[in-house]
Ligand binder design. Sequence first.
Ligand code: ATP
Length: 305
Amino acid sequence: MNATDMAVISVKNLSKRYGRIIAASDVTFDIPKGSIFGLLGTNGAGKTTTFKCMLGLARADSGMVLLGGAPLRPKTFEELSYVPETSALYDWMTGRDHLEFTRRAFRRYAAGRARELLELFGLDPMRKAGKLSKGQQSALALTMAFSIRPRMLVLDEPSSGLDPLHQRHVLDLMIDAAAGGATVLFSSHQIGQVERAADHVAILHQGKIVVQGEVDQLKASEKIVEATFDPHVPALDGLDADPNVRRVMRNGRMIRAFVRGNADEVARRINVASPTSIRVLDQNLEDIFVAAVGAQASSAAGREV
Ligand code: ATP
């Protein structure tokens, strides 16, 4: 049995252009049952496009998507919750109306669960959606999404606009859903959240997946060799071309080489040039992101990407 056979969500070679813009290019990933898969990427990287193509809301130019082991069909939506990036609520309807709508549309709707979620997010079900704050609208959309006890969840920046407490609730809901066997795909600009909740991650850049894998394995296999020199970093010929070196950043007297796999050989090469200090560090997800998409994105936005 290969990874695709076991995958509940499987995306193969998905590509989509908007005119001259390549929004998704050969995007391929599999998500096993009960996994939480985090999709990271800079603005415009293609995350929303990937979700829309997966769910038939945009037409892919090529590629294949299997949800619950089958191509998208009306039945898929009985057990799948999608929360889009922008609000899909009706301004004139109350929270209670939206939940009634959800009850009628989904056989798996659980009224008790919906009540718990309203309470968790501190939502007044009698208020019209148009009168809710952006964060409260997100919370209502999430209440609807989780109230149907979905087997698959596709969440496009689910905690955008939520306060830190409610963001934590969303992570807990995803973790709880996955522990109960649901398969979760979500995008986020908050690397810390992805690191906390996701067991698998992919980083999209300009429509292409540049890194993907199990979070723990990626972190264990990616290292940084950091060295300082006096008075300045020497040329270190050939270091940038080393196939195991993803990126080299030089900043005054310091050099940081982002290395895939065994970092000892890279450390040895740098050591030959007699640095004043040298150390090998494990990478966290933010380092992996920076190495994959460039320093520009991270310095512009801190821990948010
Ligand atoms: P963000 O993090 O900013 O939400 P994203 O990773 O979700 O970004 P997408 O919304 O998928 O990115 O956009 C990918 C690219 O496709 C961008 O360059 C965007 O401008 C373009 N794009 C998306 N939708 C359309 C559309 N309907 N028509 C034309 N171009 C589009």
